[in-house]
Design a protein around this ligand. Structure first.
Ligand SMILES: Nc1ncnc2c1ncn2[C@@H]1O[C@H](COP(=O)(O)OP(=O)(O)OP(=O)(O)O)[C@@H](O)[C@H]1O
Length: 278
C-alpha cells in the first residue's frame, strides 16, 4: 500500500518544484497507471516512490511518502529495496555488472538477502518461465536486445516479490507481443496483492489492464479515476496526452456513436457501442 500526502519535490540546484501537493493512496494489489505529457514529473514521482528521491538524488522533499507504513524519507534505501522495486526507463542501467548470465543476474538480489540456493533457483526458474525468457538464462545480460534487457530488469524485480512495483515505461523497447506479455504478468500480480504503479505512454494498454489511472500535468495530479472515465476525458487532448484510437473513432463517428453512451477506451467497448448502433 502506498500513501502520498502533499508531496512536493525540488531537484538540487533548481528553484522550481517539479512535484506539487501530490495526494495519492494506492491500496495493496491495485494496478495504477500514471499518464502525463513529457516533463510532467512522472519519472520524478516514480523515483520518489522508490526512495531514489531523496536517498540517491538529494533535493528537497516536502510532505510524506509511505510504502507499507515505512516513511520513505526516514528509511534507509537498503531497507526499502525489499519492499519496493523499480524498473527504470533504461534497462541497461539496471544490469548489476557483477554477473555473467541472465539467471545469475536474476538471482543477484536474493543472493544479497542470503536466500537459500534451492529457493533462489526455484524463484528464478519461475520468473524465467513467466516472462518466457528461459532461452536467455545462460546468455550474458549485455548481449541482449533492449527489449530483452527490459524483460530481465522486470524479472530481477519480480523475483524479489516486493510489496510495490514501480515501472517507468517498462515496455518502451518491446514488440507488441513482448509488451502484452509484460502487461499480463503485471495484471497477475493483483492475485499476489502486489501494488503496481506503471508510467506508460501506451494508453491503450492501460485502458485494458489498469484498475485506475491518474494524470500528472506540470507536477500536479489533475485527474484520478477508472481508466474508462479518465482516458476518455476531453482534457487529455488539450494536455498533449491524446486518446486511444477507439475513443478517437467514436468521437469522429459523430451520430454513429450511440448518443448518451460513454466513449470507448478499449476495442471491446468500441465494438459493443458500434455493434449496438447498427
Ligand atoms: N536531475 C534533474 N535536475 C533538475 N531537473 C530535473 C532533473 N530530472 C528531471 N528534471 C526536470 O523535472 C521535470 C520533470 O521531469 P520528469 O523526467 O519527471 O518528467 P516525465 O513526466 O517523466 O517526462 P517524460 O515523459 O519525458 O519522461 C522536467 O522539467 C525536467 O526537466
Amino acid at each position: 500500500m502506498i500513501t502520498v500526502d502533499k508531496l512536493g519535490y525540488t531537484y538540487p540546484e533548481t528553484a522550481r518544484p517539479v512535484l506539487r501537493e501530490i495526494d495519492l493512496n494506492v491500496p495493496s494489489g491495485q494496478f495504477l497507471g500514471v499518464v502525463g505529457p513529457s516533463g510532467a514529473g512522472k519519472t520524478t514521482l516514480a523515483q520518489a516512490l522508490a526512495g531514489y528521491i531523496p536517498h540517491v538524488l538529494g533535493g528537497e522533499v516536502t510532505g510524506r511518502v509511505e510504502i507499507g507504513g515505512l516513511h520513505v524519507v526516514d528509511t534507509p534505501l537498503p531497507d526499502l529495496v525489499t519492499r519496493v522495486g523499480m524498473v527504470s526507463q533504461n534497462p541497461f542501467n539496471q544490469i548489476s555488472g557483477a554477473k555473467f548470465t541472465v539467471a545469475e543476474e536474476l538471482a543477484f538480489g536474493l543472493e544479497n538477502l542470503g536466500v537459500p540456493r534451492q529457493d533462489m533457483l526455484i524463484a528464478v526458474r519461475e520468473v524465467l518461465r513467466r516472462l518466457r525468457i528461459e532461452h536467455l538464462a545462460e546468455r550474458s545480460p549485455y548481449e541482449l536486445s533492449g527489449g530483452q534487457q527490459q524483460l530481465v530488469a522486470l524479472g530481477a524485480m519480480l523475483v524479489m516479490n516486493p510489496d510495490v512495483l514501480v515501472l517507468d515505461e517498462p515496455t518502451s523497447q518491446l514488440d507488441p507481443a513482448g509488451s502484452r506479455l509484460v502487461f499480463e504478468a503485471l495484471g497477475e500480480l493483483r492475485s499476489r496483492d502486489i501494488t503496481v504503479v506503471l508510467i506508460e505512454h501506451k494508453i491503450e494498454r492501460l485502458a485494458e489492464f489498469a484498475d485506475r489511472v491518474v494524470v500528472l500535468v506540470d507536477g500536479e495530479l489533475r485527474m484520478d479515476g477508472p481508466p474508462g472515465t479518465v482516458l476518455a476525458a476531453p482534457e487529455l487532448v488539450e494536455w498533449g496526452i491524446g486518446h486511444t484510437r477507439f475513443t478517437t473513432a467514436a468521437v469522429r463517428a459523430g451520430g454513429r456513436w450511440p448518443s448518451g453512451a460513454a466513449l470507448p477506451v478499449t476495442l471491446d467497448q468500441a465494438l459493443a457501442g458500434f455493434g449496438g448502433a447498427r
